[in-house]
Design a protein around this ligand. Structure first.
Ligand SMILES: Cc1ncc(C[n+]2csc(CCOP(=O)(O)OP(=O)(O)O)c2C)c(N)n1
Ligand SMILES: [Mg+2]
Length: 1018
C-alpha cells in the first residue's frame, strides 16, 4: 500500500476493498490482500475500517486473525488458458497471457475517488511488501500531519455507503418489482441504509459526495443518488452482473446500467408502435383460442412482450450489420413468433388449425414425411428494419425441451463462417443466435449448461447468444420450488460469467431496454447474455389443460390481472400519448386482419381440392451413391502426402511422432497406408475439390488412439501447426477442434452446422462409440427423423469407434443396432469399413455424393494400425467404396459355407488358426449396412454355386449388432441360392450388457464365435 494515506477520504476506497476482501479474498488485488493479511491491526485502528470489520468478526480472516494463510491465487484468466498461437499466424489480439497486476491496477485507479486518485499498489515484490507496514506504522502523530482531522462519523458513514452501494449492485434484484402477479420481493437487509453503523441518516447521506462512491447515477450527494440507485436496481428491471470475473465487462455493465443509457424514455411514436404490436400479439392468441376451441396453441399470454423483445433484437443486430437472426424456441408462443417474429402469413398458420398441411417441404418430398405438429415446424422470413432487410430463421425443434439450443449455435456458427480456405474465417457479427427458453427447462435440462459452456470456445463461439427466458413461473403443473434448487431460474448462467437481466413482463419499455443493453454488451464483448422475463401463464399449460387443478391461487390472481396490453394502453392514454379511440382502433385492426385472413383461407380451401397425401417409400430403392468417383490419382495423392508432412522452418515436431509420420512416405510407395493417413489424404483431396471440412470431437486433433495428428505441437515452444490448413491447392477451409467433454451439445452443434452448410463435410467423432448415446436426443429427433419431419437433412458424419477388443462393457459397442433400427426411407447411411482404402473412399463418397445424407461410421480401434487393414496407393487411386467385400481367396467350387460379417471380427476370423484348414468356408464382409446393399449381397451369394450354409457372424450379442435388423435381408438372399432356406446366427447370446468385463472371458467368447463360424461346431 505504498503511498496510500489511510486517513483522509481514501479510507472509503480502502473500505470498499476490505469489504470485497472479506467477501472473497481472491477478488482483491494481491497487493491489497498482503496489506490486509499483514497489517490488519493497523488498519483496524482506523475508525472507518474498524466499523466495517466489526460485523464480520466471526469470520476467519487475516484482518482479524493474522495467522490464517493467504488464500490461493485466483485461477488464470481465460486469456492465459487460450489455445497456443498457430505458428504461422501473427499472435491474435488477446491470445497472449494478460498480466494480472496491470489489469488490477487499472481497477484501483477507476475505483478510487476521482478527485483524490489513489495510486495503484506496487507489485508484491519483496521490497515493496515491507514498505506499507513502514508507511503506516511510521506515520507521524496525527497533529503533525497535513491532512484534516478525520471525522469518525463521516468516515464510518462513507464506509457504510460503500457497502450500501455494493449491496444495491449485487443484491438490489432481491428488492426489485419483477413479478407482474405482485408477489413481494424478499428484499435484503443490506439494502436498508438505516441498519448500518452509523445509520445513514438523511443528514449523513447529504454529507457524502456521490463521486466518492464511483456511481454512474446522477446526484451530487448520496442523498440525491440513493433514490436513483434504488430505481435503477430495484425497479421493474434488475441486474445480476457483479459475479462476472472480467473486470472490463463488469465496469462496462455497471456504467451502462447506472447511467441509464439503455433505459431512456421512449419517444411517443415508439411507445404507440409497441402498443400496436402488443395488440397484434394478444389479438392473435385470442383469435386462435376463440376460432379453434381446445386446439393446442401453447398461448404466450402473460409473456406477450417476448415478441416485442424479438422485434427489438432483430432491429438492434440489423443496425450492427448482421444478416441473420437464428432463433430456437419451444412450444410456448411459437405460433405467435412464426407469425410476428418471422413473418409467416396468418393464412398459413390458420391453415394448419384447419387441419390442412401448409408446410411445403412435406408436400414436395416425393417419399413423404411424417411432418410435424405446427408448433415444431421451421420457418424463415425476411424482416424489414430501419437498417435494411435481415433474415430471420426459426429453426425446427423436437418436443425435447432445450435440445435445440446447441443446434441453433451450430447453425449460427456456420452462418458466421467463411469456408473458403485455411482454418475458416469466423465473423460473429454476421448472425445472432437467439434462444428462447422456458423457466422450468432452463433450470432443469443439462443441455443448457452444455450449451452455455460452448460460448467462449474457439471452435464453438458464436460471439454471444441472446438468451430470453420466458419465465411464466410454472412448468406444466410444477411450481418453481419443486423444479429447481436455485432462487432464479437463470442462476445456472452465473457460473458461466454471463450477465443476467431480470425484467417484469408487464413493463414493455423495461423489456425493450433489457434487449438493448444485452445486445450492446454482446457487441462490445462477444459474450452471452440472459434475460429472465418474469411473467405468468394466463391459461393452462395448453388449451386442453385446467390450470386451477394445481395452481388455484395463481390462477385466481391471474384472472383479476389486466393483460399487458390493457395496462400499457391505460398508461399511454393516461399520459396523453394516445387517445382511447386510437387504442381501440389498434385492437380492432389486429383482430380484423386475422378475420380477413381466415375468410380468405376458408374460401381457398373450399375451392381447391385437398393436397393428396405423400407417397410411401419409393419402389425403386434408395440411391446408393455408387456413381460417385472417389478415386484420386496416385500423383495427386503423393503430392498431398508430402504437403501433409511439411512444417514451417524451425518448427520442431516431437521426434517420436516425426519418425511415425515419416513412415507415411514409405507407405505411399510400399503399401501400408493406415487409417490416419488414408483419412488425411481423403480430407486433403476433398479440400482441393473445394469441399469445406469441419472435424470435431473429444481429443480429435490428435485422435483418441493417437493415430491422426492433424494438428502438430512444436515440442519446444508449444506452438501449433496444422499442415492440412496450408495446402497450396486447397479451395476450402479445414476446421478442426477438440471439443469439450460433451456429446449432446457438441453433436447438436455439428448437426446445426451441417444443416446450414450443406456442401461441407462435417464430422463428429465420439471418444468411444458408446458415448454417442449421451446425444441420443440429437440422433433420434434431429439426425434420423429431421428429414421426415421437416425435410431437413445434411452430410453430418459420425465417427464412432466400435469393436470388441476386451475393453469391457463400455468401450466395445457403438450400439450399431440403434442406428440400424433408426434407418428407414433412406434417411441415413451406416457403414463399417474394414480397410483404410474403404474408409478413404467412403469419406470421399460422403462428401461428393449429390444426395446429402447423414453417415454413421463404425470406426476401428485396433485396426487403426493393423497391417492387414492398411492399404496401398493403388487401392486409393483406382478403387471405390465397395458395399460388400468378397473373400479374395475363396475357391468357389469348394465353398459350402458363406460366412458374412461386418467390421473388426473379420480379422479375427481370417486370422484364426482354424482358418487355414477351412477350405469350404468363404468369408465376406458387409461394409455398408444401411441402406442394405440388396443387389450386391444377392450377387455375392449367387456367385457361390455350392452353398449349403449362410452364417452371419458378429461379435455383438444377439439382441445387438446388425443381426436383428438385417436377418430378413440375409434370409431373402439365402432363399435365392440353391440349397439354403435361411441364414444362421453365430455370435454372443442375448446379453443385457454389451461385453465381458474380464479380458480372459472376452478372449474365450471371441474364440468360440470365430471357431463356430469356421467349423460349424460350438
Ligand atoms: C425433455 C422434456 N421433458 C419433458 C417434456 C414435457 N414438457 C413439455 S412442456 C413442459 C413444461 C415446460 O416448462 P417451462 O420450461 O417452464 O416452459 P413453459 O411451458 O412454462 O413455457 C414439460 C415438462 C418435454 N417437452 N421435454
Ligand atoms: Mg414455464
Amino acid at each position: 500500500m505504498p503511498g496510500h494515506e489511510l486517513n483522509g477520504l481514501n479510507v472509503a476506497y480502502v473500505a470498499q476493498l476490505l469489504e470485497d476482501y472479506l467477501d472473497a479474498p481472491a477478488s482483491v488485488p494481491r497487493e491489497w490482500r498482503d496489506v490486509f493479511e499483514r497489517d490488519g491491526d493497523v488498519l483496524l485502528a482506523l475508525p472507518g475500517l474498524r466499523r466495517l470489520a466489526e460485523p464480520q468478526a466471526p469470520r476467519p480472516g487475516p484482518v482479524v486473525a493474522r495467522a490464517t494463510p493467504a488464500p490461493p491465487a485466483p485461477p488464470a484468466p481465460p486469456s492465459q488458458r487460450a489455445r497456443p498461437d498457430r505458428v504461422d499466424e501473427p499472435p491474435r489480439p488477446g491470445a497472449s497471457p494478460m498480466p494480472v497486476v496491470p489489469a488490477v491496477a487499472a481497477e484501483v485507479v477507476v475505483e478510487a475517488a476521482p478527485s483524490t486518485p489513489a495510486p495503484a499498489p506496487a507489485p508484491a515484490s519483496a521490497g515493496a511488501t515491507a514498505a506499507p507496514a513502514q508507511v503506516v506504522r511510521a506515520a507521524p502523530p496525527t497533529e503533525e500531519r497535513h491532512v484534516s482531522e478525520p471525522d469518525d462519523e463521516l468516515l464510518g458513514a462513507i464506509a457504510a455507503a460503500a457497502r450500501l452501494v455494493k449491496a444495491y449492485r449485487t443484491h438490489g434484484h432481491l428488492a426489485a418489482r419483477l413479478d407482474p402477479l405482485g408477489s413481494e420481493p424478499i428484499g435484503d437487509p443490506a439494502l436498508d441504509e438505516t441498519r448500518f453503523n452509523p445509520a445513514l441518516t438523511p443528514e449523513l447521506l447529504e454529507r457524502i459526495p456521490a463521486r466518492l462512491l464511483n456511481l454512474s447515477v446522477e446526484g451530487e450527494t448520496l442523498k440525491d443518488a440513493l433514490p436513483r440507485l434504488r430505481d435503477v436496481y430495484t425497479g421493474t428491471i434488475a441486474y445480476e452482473v457483479e459475479h462476472i470475473s472480467d473486470y472490463a465487462e463488469r465496469m462496462w455493465l455497471r456504467q451502462a446500467i447506472e447511467s441509464g443509457r439503455f433505459r431512456r424514455p421512449l419517444p411517443a411514436e415508439e411507445r404507440s408502435a409497441l402498443l400496436a404490436r402488443l395488440s397484434q400479439v394478444e389479438g392473435f392468441e385470442q383469435y386462435l383460442r376463440r376460432a379453434f376451441l381446445g386446439q393446442k396453441q401453447f398461448s404466450l399470454e402473460g409473456l406477450d412482450v417476448l415478441i416485442l423483445m424479438i422485434d427489438e433484437a432483430v432491429e438492434c443486430v440489423a443496425a450492427s450489420g448482421a444478416h441473420q437472426v437464428v432463433i430456437g424456441m419451444a412450444h410456448r408462443g411459437r405460433l405467435n413468433a412464426l407469425a410476428h417474429a418471422v413473418g409467416r402469413s396468418y393464412e398459413s398458420i390458420l391453415r394448419e388449425f384447419e387441419g390442412e398441411r401448409s408446410y411445403d417441404a412435406l408436400v414436395v418430398d416425393p417419399e413423404g414425411g411424417t411432418g410435424d405438429v405446427k408448433y415444431h415446424l421451421p420457418a424463415s422470413g425476411t424482416r424489414a428494419t430501419r437498417a435494411g432487410e435481415i433474415d430471420v430463421a426459426l429453426i425446427p425443434n423436437p418436443s425435447h425441451l432445450e435440445a435445440v439450443d446447441p443446434v441453433v449455435e451450430g447453425r449460427a456458427r456456420a452462418e458466421q463462417t467463411d469456408r473458403s480456405g485455411g482454418p475458416g474465417l469466423h465473423d460473429p457479427t454476421v448472425a445472432l443466435p437467439l434462444l428462447i427458453h422456458g423457466d422450468a427447462s432452463f433450470a432443469g435440462q443439462g443441455i443448457v449448461a452444455e450449451t452455455l459452456n460452448l460460448q467462449g470456445l474457439d471452435g464453438y463461439t458464436t460471439g454471444g447468444t441472446l438468451h430470453l427466458i420466458g419465465n411464466n413461473q410454472v412448468g406444466f403443473t410444477t411450481d418453481p420450488f419443486e423444479g429447481r434448487s436455485t432462487r432464479y431460474c437463470s442462476d445456472l448462467a452465473k457460473g458461466f460469467d454471463v450477465p443476467i437481466i431480470h425484467v417484469n413482463a408487464d413493463d414493455p419499455e423495461a423489456a425493450i431496454s433489457a434487449v438493448r443493453l444485452a445486445l450492446a454488451f454482446r457487441e462490445e464483448f462477444g459474450d452471452d447474455v440472459v434475460i429472465d422475463l418474469v411473467g405468468y401463464r394466463r391459461f393452462g399449460h395448453n388449451e386442453q389443460d385446467e390450470a386451477s387443478y394445481t395452481q388455484p391461487l395463481q390462477v385466481a390472481r391471474i384472472e383479476s390481472q389486466p393483460t399487458v396490453r390493457q395496462r400499457y394502453a391505460g398508461q399511454l392514454v393516461q399520459e396523453g400519448v394516445l387517445a382511447q379511440d386510437e387504442v381501440e382502433a389498434m385492437e380492432t385492426s389486429a383482430t380484423e386482419s386475422l378475420r380477413e385472413a381466415h375468410e380468405r383461407l376458408r374460401a381457398a380451401i373450399a375451392e381447391a381440392p385437398p393436397v393428396p397425401p405423400p407417397a410411401g417409400e419409393p419402389a425403386g430403392g434408395p440411391p446408393t451413391g455408387d456413381a460417385v468417383i472417389t478415386a484420386v490419382s496416385g500423383d495427386r495423392l503423393r503430392a498431398l502426402n508430402e504437403e501433409l508432412l511439411r512444417v514451417p522452418p524451425g518448427f520442431a515436431v516431437n521426434p517420436k511422432l516425426a519418425r511415425q509420420l515419416e513412415r507415411r512416405n514409405d507407405a505411399m510407395e510400399q503399401g501400408g497406408i493406415d487409417w490416419g493417413q488414408a483419412e488425411a489424404l481423403a480430407f486433403a483431396s476433398l479440400l482441393e475439390d473445394g469441399i469445406p471440412i469441419r472435424l470435431t470431437g473429444q481429443d480429435t486433433e490428435r485422435g483418441t488412439f493417437s493415430h491422426r495428428h492433424l494438428v502438430l505441437h512444436d515440442h519446444r515452444t508449444g506452438g501449433i501447426f496444422a499442415p492440412i490448413q496450408h495446402l497450396a491447392g486447397a479451395n476450402a477451409s479445414f476446421e478442426v477442434f477438440n471439443s469439450p467433454l460433451s456429446e449432446f451439445a457438441v453433436l447438436g452443434f455439428e448437426y446445426g452446422y451441417s444443416v446450414a452448410a450443406p456442401d461441407a463435410l462435417v464430422l463428429w467423432e465420439a471418444q468411444f462409440g458408446d458415448f454417442a448415446n449421451s446425444a441420443q436426443v440429437v440422433i433420434d429427433q434431429f439426425i434420423t427423423a429431421g428429414r421426415s419431419k421437416w425435410g431437413q437433412t445434411s452430410r453430418l458424419t459420425l465417427l464412432l469407434p466400435h469393436g470388441y477388443e476386451g475393453n469391457g462393457p463400455e468401450h466395445s459397442s457403438a450400439r450399431l443396432e440403434r442406428f440400424l433400427q433408426l434407418g428407414a426411407q433412406d434417411n441415413i447411411r451406416i457403414a463399417s469399413p474394414t480397410t483404410a482404402a474403404q474408409y478413404f473412399h467412403l469419406l470421399r463418397r460422403q462428401a461428393l455424393d449429390a444426395t446429402a445424407r447423414p453417415l454413421v461410421v463404425m470406426t476401428p480401434k485396433g485396426l487403426l494400425r493393423l497391417r492387414h487393414a492398411a492399404s496401398s496407393l493403388e487401392e486409393l487411386a483406382d478403387d471405390s467404396f465397395r458395399m460388400v467385400l468378397d473373400d479374395p481367396s475363396a475357391d468357389r467350387e469348394r465353398v459350402r459355407r458363406l460366412v458374412l460379417c461386418s467390421g473388426k471380427v473379420y480379422y479375427d476370423l481370417v486370422g484364426h488358426d482354424e482358418r487355414a484348414g477351412a477350405h469350404a468356408v468363404a468369408i465376406a464382409r458387409l461394409e455398408q449396412l444401411y441402406p442394405f446393399p440388396v443387389d450386391a449381397v444377392a450377387a455375392l451369394v449367387a456367385s457361390y454355386p455350392h452353398l449349403d450354409d449362410i452364417v452371419w457372424a458378429q461379435e455383438e450379442p444377439q439382441n445387438m449388432g446388425p443381426w436383428r435388423s438385417i436377418r430378413h435381408r440375409l434370409d431373402d438372399a439365402a432363399r435365392s441360392s440353391f440349397g439354403v432356406s435361411a441364414s444362421r446366427y453365430v455370435g454372443r447370446p442375448w446379453r443385457a450388457s454389451p461385453s465381458e468385463g474380464y479380458p480372459t472371458a472376452h478372449q474365450r467368447e471371441q474364440d468360440r464365435i470365430v471357431r463356430t463360424a469356421l467349423t460349424g461346431a460350438d
